[in-house]
Design a protein around this ligand. Structure first.
Ligand SMILES: O=C(O)c1ccc(O)c(O)c1
Ligand SMILES: [Mg+2]
Length: 625
């Protein structure tokens, strides 16, 4: 379908916004009055610029506080409207969004509002302008789409219809299914915004926390499906008021926005097919997601100064340096099927990331790397150019928003990873099942995100890899709130945890790229901790206070708590199922990266988040010492 975006959703000047929207692939824009008023460009020049960029101006907005006013006020409003209609003719915009009245003294009289809307539509007619009437969730008397439709029906003017905005409908908990009863040709415009669930004043929620579809908690596929079922075939237009996007890079946000609509269209299409409803042909299908099976590897870049320590820690965790890359200074470290690549000298080798990061790449075992790449491309994540020798495996990779390279590794079954041939034959022969504690694989990775890329990153992993996001939680770190959100592939158990400093500053921002981590699964966390100690790299020591609290709030036996204390093992339990979780941490490597060792009891789905503030305080103390 036609894809549009309101200029309020992007940072920058009007001109920058238009250019970014066009570059991201949008067909049209909603022009916000503020953006136009502040622009040095004349309306005709804006129209010409938009047109040269291939953008239509699908809507002009907002026209506020109309309807339910005195006759005297109405005269002033109609005069104000005439000026906007004339402006819209210059702009080449034919739809004006009129918001429901939010003035405290608005008159609660439907007959009066309907009559005034009729007069407005009648005044717009000579200009070729139509009126799309939108219920703001905080409108004084008109706050629901059902009410706007009543009024529009009552006014009965061909140039008057409703504008549906998903935020205003879903934030109030209104049932969107009733939209199906509105005639499609009376739905003049559709605005889409998602939002995280928040218990707060709806105006503040709307003005600061909207996000793109797929980034929040609303079911926008169902919402959009209702609107299409009503017969609407106009633009899908994003209208997102968001404090972070207002400050973020315009081009990135536009690309993120466009990706969200591609994902939404695909979700609506699949939903309609599942329900046996016909899918309108304007809906574009994405290539199916290719489920990742497991982490093939995680690549860690360590500055030369940190490589010796990185090696020592990997050894203490039970890894063996088995092979070297044939053309790059990359070491392969293995423990059974768990693999870490240590990029020992040049962290930027062959990749294009633009910021120092401890985890520079992840490899995912996938059935069909070609299809995974195709889906990524359809979601505006183009293949990453790579330097490689002709003889080397042509691994497909895309860049995540923070620059982490995501490799799709062909996986024809255990032991058949072609990319391993790019490494020397094993230098030393290692028996497959060494004595010592067993790691069971990479349980998850934790990627700290730049302040303005958190929602974008979550949508990237969700859409490109088909992972399911959890709700985000805020954790009180020693120098600021850290927001955390997990993305999980339910069938394979592949997990990625994203973190961000909520206010954009704090220890994790000062340290280049923030602290990232690799969590290794095991069957016996105490045995791994013991082996780490034996190798001179014991887990971080956890304060006694933690264990005193643990003993007080759980029924763990004193001897068990003492054993945890002795090994630096932390604990969590799912309050619902009682499933348990044990974990311990290494110190920070190079101030940027740590390893975690986790033991998941059956059915435990979390990450021990309640212990994260303790861990952050420990790492901070260590860094400051
Ligand atoms: O927050 C507002 O005032 C506002 C204005 C125009 C809209 O379309 C909207 O959804 C909200
Ligand atoms: Mg709106």
């Amino acid at each position: 379908m036609r894809r549009s975006i309101a200029t309020v959703s992007l940072s920058g000047t009007l001109e920058e916004k238009l250019r970014a929207a066009a570059r991201a692939g949008f067909d049209g824009v909603e022009i916000f009055e503020n953006d136009l008023v502040a622009s040095p460009l004349a309306p005709r020049e804006i129209r010409a610029l938009a047109s040269s960029l291939g953008l239509g101006i699908d809507l002009y907005q907002p026209f506020r506080d109309f309807g339910g006013v005195t006759e005297e006020q109405l005269a002033a409003d109609l005069r104000r409207a005439e000026a906007k209609f004339a402006l819209m003719v210059e702009l080449g915009a034919d739809t004006l969004l009129v918001c429901s009245n939010t003035a405290p003294d608005a008159i609660d009289d439907d007959a009066l509002v309907a009559e005034q809307l009729y007069r407005l539509a009648e005044a717009a007619r000579p200009y070729g302008v139509r009126i799309a009437y939108e219920a703001l969730a905080w409108g004084t008397h008109v706050s629901t789409y059902g009410h706007t439709w009543d009024l529009v029906r009552r006014a009965d003017h061909p140039g008057l219809g409703v504008c549906l905005d998903s935020f205003h409908v879903l934030s109030r908990g209104d049932d969107p299914a009733g939209i199906r009863d509105v005639p499609g040709d009376k739905i003049f415009f559709l605005q889409l915004a998602d939002a995280p669930r928040m218990a707060m004043d709806v105006l503040q929620w709307s003005r600061h926390h909207r996000c793109f579809p797929g980034q929040g908690d609303f079911d926008l596929a169902a919402f959009t499906d209702h609107v299409l079922a009503a017969g609407y075939d106009g633009p899908l237009s994003l209208e997102v008021f968001n404090d972070v996007f207002r400050a973020a890079d315009t081009g990135r946000t536009a690309a993120d926005a466009h990706r969200s609509l591609a994902l939404l269209e695909d979700a609506v299409l699949r939903r309609r097919e599942e329900n046996g409803d016909g899918a309108p042909e304007q809906l574009v299908r994405l290539p199916d997601p290719v489920p990742p099976r497991r982490f093939a590897f995680v690549e860690v870049a360590a500055d030369t100064s940190a490589t010796a320590e990185a090696r020592a820690v990997l050894e203490a965790l039970g890894f063996t340096h088995t092979r070297d890359h044939r053309s790059k200074p990359v070491e392969l470290w293995e423990h059974g099927g768990t693999r870490i690549l240590l990029n020992a000298t040049d962290p930027r080798l062959g990749h294009t990331w633009d910021r120092a990061a401890a985890i520079t790449a992840v490899g995912l075992d996938t059935d069909r790397p070609d299809r995974a790449l195709e889906r990524a491309g359809a979601l505006s994540a183009p293949p990453l150019p790579r330097r490689r020798d002709p003889a080397e495996t042509d691994l497909h990779a895309v860049a995540a928003p923070d620059g982490t390279a995501v490799f799709f590794c062909p996986d024809a079954g255990p032991g058949d990873q072609a990319w391993l041939d790019d490494f020397s034959a094993p230098a030393v022969h290692h028996p497959r099942d060494e004595a010592g504690p067993r790691l069971t694989g990479i349980d998850h990775i934790g990627l700290h995100q730049p302040f303005d890329q958190f929602d974008e990153a979550a949508l990237f992993y969700r859409s490109v890899l088909g992972l399911s996001p959890s709700e985000s939680t805020d954790l009180a770190a020693p120098d600021g709130l850290v927001r955390s959100r997990a993305l999980v592939h339910r069938a394979s158990g592949l997990r990625i945890a994203l973190n961000v400093s909520v206010l954009g500053f704090g220890e994790h921002t000062r340290a280049a790229g923030g602290a990232q981590h690799i969590a290794l699964g095991c069957e016996d966390v105490f045995a791994v901790a013991e082996a780490m100690r034996a190798h001179g790299r014991p887990p971080l020591r956890v304060p006694d206070n933690y264990y005193a609290d643990l003993a007080a709030r759980t029924d763990l036996a004193p001897a068990t708590v003492e054993r945890m204390r002795a090994h630096g093992v932390l604990y969590d339990r799912d309050p619902g199922t009682g499933a348990e979780f044990w974990h311990c941490y290494t110190p920070l490597l190079d101030g940027r990266l740590f390893f975690e060792v986790v033991q998941r009891g059956a059915g435990y789905e979390g990450f021990g988040a309640r212990n994260t503030p303790v861990r952050m305080a420990l790492h901070r103390a260590e860094r400051d010492s």
